[in-house]
Design a protein around this ligand. Structure first.
Ligand SMILES: C[S@@+](CC[C@H](N)C(=O)[O-])C[C@H]1O[C@@H](n2cnc3c(N)ncnc32)[C@H](O)[C@@H]1O
Length: 291
């Protein structure tokens, strides 16, 4: 089956089934207890007070509101009015000044308008839901300051036996609308995937996210190519995708592995492909200063 306008389908899913049990109180609680950039020391210790931050596809604001709490000027944009209004309510409850707009990532530059260039763009668990995602990456380059940071996460099919993406593709293609995809995915994979509902949201919402929304399978190699075209350097990846990144994280002395070169890179990739735990790829990227 073709996938006509996946942005519409996905925004529909996230509007109709936003995580219902994630009340404003729970969002606020999570935001207060969030750790900034746990994976990346490069950005964790920066002073974010006064920094201009765009959360592109902000959902309920759980990724950007912790930055508003430390004084960043936050703008969140999401295609779903329901999600944007929950983010606004959470900001009010936290007593922080943050702006939340309803709009498509495809029109990001227009929505950003003549604001100052951003110090940081957060794009978490969204890019795989968007039509024309390559153009969105190019728009990130326009909006970010030279030297600015992009925190990007997505469901990378080169991780974890494609488990998550494969299941999504099966449920999505077998179903004909949100409800049927949800039912099919739930019947086929729900018994296994329900254990992954660590945020303890209503199961229908959790499964709708996994099976009724469409995940564009964007492999790491393709993403790295687009980021390079848009003048981003990769400052970090979780999980690592080459030997150098892996060695930098391990506590043990693995000097003998440091000489494995391309074989070592392949071993690191296989290591994260052949595992059952699903998780997104998280990349920390920096806009190259002069080009
Ligand atoms: C899985 S949620 C992630 C929310 C948030 N970034 C987080 O990490 O908590 C995906 C969000 O992307 C939004 N979205 C999907 N496609 C979009 C598009 N084309 N333009 C704007 N927002 C979109 C959905 O409405 C939804 O809120």
């Amino acid at each position: 089956m073709a996938t006509p306008n996946i942005s519409n389908t996905n925004i529909g899913v996230f509007t109709e089934l936003p995580h219902a049990q994630m009340t404003v109180e729970r969002i606020v609680d999570r935001v207060r207890n969030a750790r900034l950039f746990p994976q990346f020391a490069d950005v964790r210790d920066l002073d974010w007070a006064g920094a201009v931050v765009l959360d592109a596809g902000c959902g309920a604001g759980m990724k950007c509101l912790p930055l508003a709490l430390v004084g960043a000027e936050v703008v969140g944009i999401d295609g779903s009015p329901a999600q944007a209004s929950r983010a606004k309510a959470a900001a009010e409850a936290l007593g922080v000044d943050a702006e939340f707009l309803v709009g498509r990532l495809e029109n990001l530059s227009d929505l950003w308008g003549d604001r100052d260039q951003a110090d940081l763009i957060i794009n978490s668990a969204v890019i795989h839901h968007v039509d024309g995602w390559r153009d969105v990456i190019a728009q990130f380059e326009q909006i970010l300051k030279p030297g600015g940071w992009l925190y990007l996460t997505w469901g990378d099919p080169s991780l974890s036996l494609c488990g998550f993406i494969l299941k999504n593709q099966i449920a999505y293609r077998l179903g004909w609308n949100m409800r049927s995809r949800l039912k099919i995915g739930r019947a086929l994979f729900g018994w296994w995937d329900r254990r992954r509902n660590t945020m303890d949201v209503e199961l229908d919402s959790f499964f709708a996210d996994l099976y009724a929304a469409y995940y564009n399978p964007i492999p790491l190699r393709t993403m790295l190519h687009e980021l390079d075209r848009a003048n981003f350097r990769i400052a970090g990846s979780m999980p690592p995708f080459n030997l150098q990144q892996w060695l930098a994280r391990t506590k043990h002395n693995k000097w003998f592995l440091a000489h494995l070169g391309l074989i070592g890179d392949a071993v690191v990739r296989w290591r994260y492909f052949f595992r059952f735990r699903h998780g997104p790829r998280v990349l920390l990227c920096q806009r190259v200063k002069n080009h």
